[in-house]
Design a protein around this ligand. Structure first.
Ligand code: HEC
Ligand code: HEC
Length: 446
C-alpha cells in the first residue's frame, strides 16, 4: 500500500516537473493574472418587469417593424442561430429563408457586415455598439448616434439607442420606395429620406398603435406614462429589455470559474486562459470582464462584400471618422459564446474559428493566404486580395499585431479549449425565447 502511494507520488512529481506547474499552481497563477487585470464575474441578467420584457419579445420577433413586413430583428439575430444568422453577411429586406439557407431577394444586395451575436449587451459597462461604434455613450451619459439632435429623450440604455436604427436601414428592415409588403400594401415606411429619422419612427409608431394588442401592452409595460406621451423609443426600450434578459447567460465554464469554481475548467482550458491573458497577447484588446476594450483596431481582415455608402470599400471606423489612422479598424468583439457565433470577423471572412484565431496570431500571413473558397459562391468574387489592397489594409495594421505570436500545436489547442469554455450550455435551448405568436399575427420565424 505504502509502496503504491510512493509510486503515485513519484509519478505526480514527474508530471509536475514535466509540465512546469501543478494543477493547484495553475489555478493560483491564473487567478492572480485575472485579479491583476481586474477580471470579475459578469453582471447577471437585469430584473425588469415581465410586461416590458414580454412586449420586447413580441417586437423582436414581429416583422411588423420592417417596411415590407418580411423581416424581424430575429431574422438576423435568431435564437436557434445563437442570436446571429449563420451567414458571413446578412440578408435583409426581400430575402427568404432562415440561417445558412437564407437567399437574397431579386435585385437586393447583401448587408455590408456580419450580424454580431447579442450576448451580454445589457451590461452597464458597455458604451459602444456596432462594428464601427456609431452608437455610443459618452462620459456624461449622452448617447451619440447617427440621428444626432433628433434622437428622442426617454431612451433608457445604449442597447435601446441601438434598437432605434435597424428599422431605419433600407437594406436591413425599411425597404425601398415602390416596395409593396407581403400583403400587397404600399410600404409607407420607405418613403422617407434616409435622414428623416423622425418620419420613420413616427410612421412605425403609428403602425404599432393601429394594433390594439400593442396599444394595450405598451400601456401596461410603461404604466408611468400615457400612450400619447410615448413614441417608437418605448418600443426600443422594450426590445432592449428583452435582449438583456434573454441573452445574458452566465453559466459557461468560464463564468463558473470566475465564480470561484476551480473544477469548472479543464486543465487545457486553464493553460489556454493563461496564454490568452499572457504570451498570446489577446487580452491587450479583448480586455476586461466582457473581453473587449470597446475601441477599434485594424487587425487586417480581408475586405469583402458590397461595401458601404454606395459601394465604398468598408473601412469600418475610418468611414465614420475619416481619419486615415482609423482605416479598417473595427470594434473589438466581446467573446462570450464565440465558438458558436460564426462565421467570424466583421464581414464573416472566416468559416472556422481555428482560422480566425490563427489570423489573430499572425494577421499579415493570414491575409496573404486567405482562401475565398470558404465563402458562399455569391461573395467569393467580392474579396479584395490584390497586392495593392493588401498593402492598403496592412498600412494601418494595429502595432500590437506587427510581431506574429508563435504558439506550439499543444498551445494552440489549449487556446481553442479556452475559447470553447466561453460557451454557455444555455445557448442550445434559447429556442424557448421564441414566442408562439406576435400581436400583428404575422409569421414568427422558427
Ligand atoms: C438584416 C439583418 C439584420 C436585422 C433585421 C437586424 N439586425 Fe441587428 N445587426 C445586423 C448587422 C449586420 C449588425 C452589424 C452592423 C454594423 O455593425 O455595422 C447588427 C448589429 C446589431 C447590434 C449591435 C451589436 C454589437 O455588439 O454592437 C444589436 C444590439 C442589434 N443588431 C440588434 C438588432 C435589433 C434589436 C434589431 C431589430 C430592431 C435588429 N438588430 C435587426 C443585422 C441585422
Ligand atoms: C490589436 C487588438 C487585438 C488583439 C491583440 C487580438 N484581437 Fe481578436 N479581434 C480584435 C478585433 C478588432 C476583432 C474584429 C476585427 C474585424 O472583424 O475586422 C477581433 C476578432 C476576433 C475574433 C472573431 C470574433 C467574432 O465574433 O467574429 C476572435 C475569435 C478573436 N479576435 C480572438 C482573438 C485571440 C484568440 C487573440 C489572441 C491570440 C486576439 N483575438 C488578439 C482585436 C484584437
Amino acid at each position: 500500500m505504502i509502496c503504491k502511494r510512493l509510486i503515485l507520488l513519484a509519478l505526480a512529481l514527474v508530471v509536475v516537473i514535466a509540465t512546469g506547474s501543478s494543477p493547484a499552481d495553475l489555478d493560483g497563477t491564473l487567478r492572480a493574472a485575472l485579479a491583476g487585470r481586474g477580471i470579475t464575474e459578469l453582471e447577471p441578467a437585469p430584473t425588469i418587469s415581465l410586461a416590458k420584457v414580454e412586449l420586447g419579445r413580441s417586437l423582436f420577433f414581429d416583422p411588423i417593424l420592417s417596411g415590407n413586413r418580411d423581416v424581424s430583428c430575429a431574422t438576423c439575430h435568431h435564437p436557434t442561430l445563437h442570436t446571429s444568422d449563420g451567414l458571413p453577411l446578412s440578408i435583409g429586406v426581400g430575402g427568404s429563408g432562415l440561417g445558412r439557407d437564407r437567399q437574397l431577394g431579386e435585385g437586393r444586395s447583401f448587408i455590408p457586415r456580419n450580424a454580431p451575436a447579442l450576448f451580454h449587451l445589457g451590461d452597464q459597462s458597455l458604451s459602444s455598439m456596432f462594428w464601427d461604434g456609431r452608437v455610443s455613450r459618452n462620459a456624461a451619459g449622452t448617447f451619440i448616434t447617427p440621428a444626432g439632435e433628433v434622437l428622442p429623450a426617454g431612451i433608457d440604455s445604449i442597447l435601446a439607442a441601438q434598437a432605434m436604427f435597424p428599422v431605419t436601414s433600407r437594406d436591413e428592415m425599411r425597404g425601398f420606395p415602390g416596395d409593396t409588403d407581403l400583403t400587397g400594401r404600399a410600404n409607407e415606411i420607405a418613403v422617407f429620406s434616409d435622414y428623416d429619422f423622425e418620419g420613420i419612427w413616427n410612421a412605425l409608431w403609428e403602425r404599432l398603435m393601429n394594433v390594439d394588442a400593442y396599444r394595450e401592452r405598451f400601456e401596461v409595460a410603461f404604466p408611468e406614462l400615457t400612450i400619447e406621451k410615448m413614441g417608437f423609443e418605448y418600443a426600443a426600450n422594450a426590445i432592449a429589455a428583452f435582449e438583456a434578459t434573454a441573452f445574458t447567460l452566465t453559466d459557461s465554464p468560464w463564468d463558473r470559474y470566475l465564480n470561484g469554481r476551480d473544477e469548472a475548467l479543464t486543465e487545457g482550458a486553464k493553460r489556454g486562459a493563461l496564454l490568452f491573458y499572457g504570451k498570446a497577447g489577446c487580452a491587450n484588446c479583448h480586455m476586461g470582464s466582457l473581453m473587449t476594450d470597446q475601441t477599434h483596431h485594424n487587425v487586417g481582415v480581408p475586405p469583402l462584400g458590397p461595401g458601404k455608402l454606395g459601394g465604398l470599400i468598408d473601412s469600418g471606423r475610418g468611414l465614420l471618422t475619416m481619419n486615415e489612422g482609423d482605416r479598417f479598424a473595427f470594434r473589438t468583439p466581446p467573446l462570450r459564446n464565440v465558438a458558436v457565433t460564426g462565421p467570424w470577423m466583421h464581414n464573416g471572412a472566416y468559416q472556422r474559428l481555428e482560422d480566425a484565431v490563427a489570423h489573430m496570431l499572425d494577421p499579415e500571413t493570414a491575409l496573404h493566404r486567405y482562401d475565398p473558397q470558404q465563402l458562399p459562391a455569391g461573395l467569393q468574387p467580392t474579396v479584395r486580395l490584390e497586392e495593392a489592397m493588401i498593402d492598403t489594409v496592412l498600412a494601418t495594421l494595429d502595432p500590437l499585431l506587427w510581431t506574429p505570436v508563435e504558439l506550439s500545436e499543444p498551445e494552440f489547442d489549449d487556446l481553442m479549449s479556452f475559447l470553447a469554455a466561453l460557451t454557455s450550455p444555455s445557448t442550445v435551448d434559447l429556442v424557448r425565447a421564441i414566442p408562439d405568436e406576435v400581436p400583428s399575427r404575422l409569421t414568427v420565424e422558427r
